[in-house]
Structures are given as C-alpha cells and as structure tokens.
Write a protein that binds this ligand. Structure first.
Ligand SMILES: Cc1cc2nc3c(=O)[nH]c(=O)nc-3n(C[C@H](O)[C@H](O)[C@H](O)COP(=O)(O)OP(=O)(O)OC[C@H]3O[C@@H](n4cnc5c(N)ncnc54)[C@H](O)[C@@H]3O)c2cc1C
Length: 335
C-alpha cells in the first residue's frame, strides 16, 4: 500500500492526479487479501490497467488497484480452435504479438491498441472490422459483491459497441484473466477502411495474419497520434448510431456525410466527420486540443487538466448537437 501517489505516468492523457491510496496487485492472493483488508471499504475504488481509456478530472480520494497480474498460455484446443488465456495485467499488444508468433491467428486487426488484457473487455475493444467479442471465449473476474471469483461467458459480459456489463455495473467486477477462442480455419477480415487497398498495393490478395497486422499497424501509425508523442486516450467520442429517418433527413442536406448502414437498419455516423464539419479540427481550449489530423482524438498539449479536456469535449458536443441534432457520447471512462 502506498499513499498520495501521482497517476501522471499511469494514464496516457498524462493528466496530473493523485491517488490517496494505491496498491499494485500481482497475484490473486494479493487481490483477495486487499479485499479483506481495512483499506478496501475506506472510500471509492478504481481499477487501473494501462490508463489508456481514462480521463482523470481530479485527485482520486480512494484506493487505486493497479493490475499487475501476469501470464499467458495455450490452455486447450479442439478441431476448430485454440483456447488462449492471458492474465489481466498483460500488455494487450504484447499478447497479440505472442498469439501471432505462436501461429494463432484472429487478433491481428486489434494490433497496436494500448492498454492491458484486463482492460480490453471493459469496452469490448474494436478496430478494423473486428471486436474483442468476435474472438472471446470467457473471462475470470473477482465479483466484489459476492467476494469470489466468477467465470463469465460472452452473454454474461453483455458486450455491445464499446460497451459491456463492466461499464454498466462499474466497479463490481475486477477482471483477472481473459480466454480467447482463436479459429484454426481462419479468414482474414480486410474489408474495413483501407486494409484491402494497402494489401493490394503490396501485391497481396490472400494475406497472412501477420501481413494484416502489419498493414493495420501502419494505417494506425499514420492516422493516430500515439501517447508517446502526445497525451491522449484514443477516440474520445463513440460513433453515434442514428435512426433511418434521421439519417435520411440529414443526408439530404449533407450528401457527403460519412455513415454506415447497420444490420438493424440504423446508421453509424463517423463522429470525426461531424466534429470536422463543426470546425473543431486542430482547435484548442486552454491546453486541451483537437488533433490536427484526427478530430476524434483530443490531446493534452502539455499541462492540460482533466477539466480542460472536459470543457473542450462539452463545447464539441454542443456544436454537433446544434448543427446536426446528434448527441455525441464520450468513450473513455471519466473519473
Ligand atoms: C492511441 C490510442 C488508440 C486507441 N485505439 C483504440 C481502438 O482502436 N479501439 C478501442 O476499442 N480502443 C482504443 N483505445 C482505447 C484503449 O486503448 C482501450 O479501451 C483499452 O482496452 C483500455 O485498457 P486499459 O488497460 O488501458 O484500461 P484503463 O484505461 O486502465 O481503464 C479503463 C476502464 O476499464 C477499467 N478496468 C481496467 N482494467 C480492469 C480490470 N482488470 N478489471 C475491471 N475493470 C478494469 C477501469 O477501471 C476503467 O474504468 C485507444 C487508446 C489510445 C490511447
């Protein structure tokens, strides 16, 4: 247990905030003894993974539980799939590389996403046409209400678009490990964004999983500012999903609006396009700014506070609401 700990280097926005109490958990025994100890119920709690999907708006007057559980291995296989499990504190991208190095395809589209394995199910991470749920088998979590470890399948996790039961019942479950079902008969998912086009430019029509990962990594590097360059938490807003009639009304006045028809007849609209149309690209409020090339990403230009970022986010949401009648939803968890 440590006291009055700076979280600045533990969140990718690089926002200064201090934790009143801070414990790093490196085994299940650590977690259980913390749970039974006096510090557990002495105020609010925050589970911290890689801090890549968080907006810290002030000091945390409670206990930060930093996930340091490690380990990854093949735990089974059948005719169709490999079952691969990783502990919550493993680095997500390191785990993706481990699966590819082992010859198990399936997670390549999710390459280069920052954060931990335990953080990945919280918002059902997704990129380039694949979501975590597509490769998910089950996870283990410590249920803080019942005080015991539970195993949860996809239905119990209630995955949705950047959503899960872990967001809806925030604080109840602490994910300790995640198990993936990776297909032995694998088909590349390359019809999203520029993946197919980039592969064809390299003369590749039937790519390997590693080639898909390399192309996704190069597209991401060109499009997204990495936290090592400038503090950010990736996409700050979800892409809003609107009804067919609302879409028809909007597209008649905005024929260039970027949107994608969903299976249920609704449309997912590119939040980046909406923000850019409202003139926010490259603008800033205080030391918080909208990235010059990727308007979905809010950045800390150095010395920003969480409140600066929130003020900027609210101004953007107000513009989009006024111009398009669309309510943007924030993606990172606001603490
Ligand atoms: C440059 C950049 C690019 C990104 N690209 C993508 C992308 O393409 N797709 C995408 O979906 N996301 C993306 N993200 C967002 C982020 O990387 C993911 O959401 C990631 O999975 C968060 O994991 P984390 O360990 O950093 O979680 P944290 O930020 O530490 O925590 C986020 C939330 O999860 C909770 N949490 C974390 N670990 C646990 C646990 N073990 N048990 C219970 N609760 C837990 C926290 O309490 C908090 O509420 C990006 C972020 C950045 C900075």
């Amino acid at each position: 247990m440590q006291y009055d700990v700076s979280l600045r280097d533990l969140n990718t926005f690089e926002l200064e905030a201090r934790a009143k109490r801070f414990a790093r958990v490196e085994s299940l025994e650590d977690l259980v003894s913390l749970y039974h100890g006096p510090e557990w119920s002495a105020g609010p709690r925050l589970v911290l993974g890689g801090g890549s999907n968080l907006l810290l708006t002030r000091d945390f007057d409670g206990l930060v539980v930093h996930m340091g559980l490690k380990g990854k291995s093949l735990i089974g296989e059948d005719a169709q799939s490999w079952l691969v499990r990783a502990a919550a504190g493993e680095d997500w991208d390191g785990f993706v590389r481990y699966t590819l190095d082992s010859g198990w395809a399936g997670l390549e589209n999710l390459t280069r996403i920052p954060g931990t394995v335990g953080g990945a199910p919280i918002q059902n991470i997704g990129a380039y046409g694949v979501e975590l749920v597509d490769r998910f088998h089950s996870l283990e979590a410590f249920d803080t209400t019942a005080g015991r470890l539970v195993t949860m399948d996809a239905a119990a996790c209630g995955f949705g678009y950047r959503d899960s039961v872990f967001k809806r019942e925030a604080g109840r479950f602490i994910v300790t490990s995640v198990c993936f079902r990776l297909p032995k008969i694998w088909r590349a998912v390359i019809d999203y964004g520029e993946v197919r086009q980039k592969l064809s430019q390299q003369g590749v029509s039937v790519p390997t999983a590693r080639q898909v990962a390399e192309v996704v990594a190069s597209i991401r590097a060109a499009k997204l500012p990495y936290p090592e360059e400038i503090g950010n938490a990736g996409s700050f807003f979800k892409n809003p999903v609107i009804s067919g009639p609302q879409h028809a009304a909007l597209i008649s006045h905005n024929p260039m609006m970027v949107s994608y028809l969903q299976r249920d007849g609704r449309y997912k609209v590119a939040a980046a396009w909406l923000i850019e149309q409202c003139g926010w690209k490259g603008r800033s409020v205080g030391r918080a700014g909208v990235h010059q090339h990727q308007p979905l990403v809010l950045v800390n230009q150095g010395g920003a506070t969480g409140e600066d970022v929130l003020t900027l986010a609210r101004a953007i949401m107000g513009s989009v609401r006024a111009r398009f009648g669309i309510e943007l939803e924030v993606e990172p968890v606001i603490v």
